[in-house]
Design a protein around this ligand. Structure first.
Ligand code: BG6
Length: 510
């Protein structure tokens, strides 16, 4: 792994620099890294786009966007100008050979200025259909010919099913070695997701309980309030299964379920994660309706404000069967997790933005108290990923007073109590890519396994467009069928704010 202080000059090339991701996430991330003194001493960002722009025009566009999207706004103009002096705009037409020749010449000239061959980081923030052309041109001109120094970052979606992901991996492997390819899943850069590793393997008290003997079930929720916004056209071909489950939710699942790595070496961690994906039970086409529920939002209200249904959104077909919600149950066939259901759900236009993991422990084996086991809330460990960033341990205590009655209580570790400025996921991931640390990026086998898990579901939903598709009201927690999925095994989606737990407590325990 590279040491930050000895990092060579680095050139970051952003294909799609005038696009949405660059504006909202990439430039803010580089800016924040720069303010924190984490960019290499010598670096340049080459912004590549189809439009005509001078450097100054593009820098002022970046400045406007930083003020809107960056966690640190521009406070010092002088500091911004220093940062902006590292940005160059180059007009680039992805389909034209000439553009790559111009780029090659420019890269060579920069190497001469730096006095050595700079590291090159190619960021493909473009539609997947352009990946092949860019990669072939990079290959043809040998722009990434030094595996030690050159890397490519690919955004999701990484393929649209297993065979297209394999094809894409093969295509990239003609130009890049596996260790040069950084497949990004921004959830892995989130502080609270990374903290799962620290929490599990930096403490000795939880790990002995972290298995089927003590854990009853696991829930992973990624709920969003937003709808598809102006991405209706894109979303029609994606849907929640491909957009969220196959990547973000399955990556979180691997962090919760993986075995302890023997070291923090990237391949060691990625091997342990790949083991989890391999252990996920593959279901048959006949079982799809039993294990999954999909939904599509209807009109409704979010925080009292009326919002349209999915099929009223721009770019969406009136008879669309694309799912905006998925709830499903996974089993892992290994010693640690045999028989423990992992429930996952994600949806747009849900009641609240909330991403969380709930580890529910088994009930007490025998109740010593007169009100019986029903009056006892099972112990839960709740890891809130966003917007709340905390870890909550819930347990029963004696209610203060003369009688012996119990009530639930919780202990909370709040991230914000340590720091109110946590880096954004893209800052972490871009810094790792600059330093050449691929731990938080997906390896080809992980991506292919993750697609393999959802293949049967994709095919079943393709073959029967209305299979398990339910409408749900915008502003709700999804279709009732998602509750029924858990109720069959005596479980329920867990409301994870303490106030709700207290309300539950008022009703049942006092
Ligand atoms: C993206 C999905 O990968 O993640 C979007 O394509 C989704 O549909 C987004 O809204 C959610 O990310 P975050 O970081 O806002 O939870």
């Amino acid at each position: 792994m590279n040491n930050f202080n000895t990092i060579k000059p680095t050139i970051i090339l952003i294909f799609g620099a005038t696009g949405d991701l660059a504006k909202r996430k990439l430039f803010p991330a580089f800016y924040n890294l720069y303010l924190d003194g984490r960019m290499p001493e010598k670096f340049e960002i080459i912004a590549l786009g189809r439009a005509e722009n001078s450097d100054d025009q593009f820098r002022s566009y970046v400045s406007d966007n930083l003020n809107t999207f960056s966690r640190n706004k521009i406070v010092s103009q002088e500091k911004f100008l220093q940062f902006a002096s590292h940005i160059t705009y180059l007009k680039n037409d992805i389909d034209e050979d000439e553009s790559y020749l111009v780029l090659q010449k420019y890269l060579d000239s920069r190497d001469s200025t730096f006095g050595e061959r700079a590291n090159r980081l190619f960021y493909l923030s473009i539609a997947p259909s352009f990946i092949a052309t860019i990669s072939k041109n990079i290959n043809k001109l040998g722009l990434a010919a030094n595996p030690e120094q050159d890397r490519i970052i690919i955004e999701k979606p990484f393929g649209y099913n297993k065979s297209s992901a394999i094809q894409l991996n093969e295509l990239l492997s003609q130009t890049f070695k596996e260790e040069q390819i950084y497949r990004i899943d921004h959830y892995l850069g989130k502080e609270t997701v990374q903290n799962i590793l620290a929490f599990r393997f930096g403490n000795s008290m939880f790990e002995p309980l972290w298995n089927r003997t003590y854990i009853d079930s696991v829930q992973i929720t990624v709920a969003e309030e937003v709808g598809v916004e102006d991405r209706g056209g894109f979303y029609e071909d994606a849907g929640a299964l491909k957009d969220m489950i196959q990547n973000h939710l399955m990556q979180i699942l691997t962090m919760v379920a993986m075995e302890a790595p023997t070291s923090l070496q990237s391949d060691e961690i990625r091997n342990r994660k790949a083991d989890v994906l391999k252990a996920i039970r593959r279901i048959t086409p006949e079982e799809v309706a039993h294990y999954t529920v999909r939904g599509q939002y209807d009109h409704g209200a979010i925080k009292g404000k009326p919002v349209p249904g999915y099929i009223q959104e721009k770019g969406v077909a009136k008879n669309s069967t694309t799912e905006t919600f998925v709830a499903m149950k996974f089993y892992l066939d290994n010693w640690r997790w045999q028989g423990v259901p992992f429930y996952v759900r994600t949806g747009k236009r849900m009641q609240e933005k909330q991403s969380s993991i709930v580890i529910q422990f088994r009930p007490v084996p025998h109740s010593t108290f007169s009100f019986g086991k029903e009056g006892m809330m099972p112990n839960r460990l709740i890891i809130n990923i966003q917007p709340a960033m905390d870890i909550r341990l819930q347990f029963m205590t004696k209610k203060p007073g003369l009688s012996l009655s119990l009530k639930p209580a919780e202990m909370v570790f709040d991230y914000f109590s340590c720091s109110n400025q946590t880096p954004e996921a893209y800052e972490t991931l871009l810094l790792d890519a600059i330093l050449g640390d691929p731990t938080l990026f997906m390896r080809s086998d992980q991506v292919e396994e993750a697609w393999d898990v959802v293949t049967t579901i994709q095919e079943a939903w393709e073959n029967d467009k209305s299979l398990n598709l339910h409408k749900y009201e915008a502003g709700s927690w999804g279709p009732e069928a998602a509750d029924a999925l858990l109720a069959r095994q005596g479980h329920a989606w867990i409301s994870n704010t303490y106030n709700e737990i207290k309300e539950e407590a008022d009703g049942n325990y006092f």
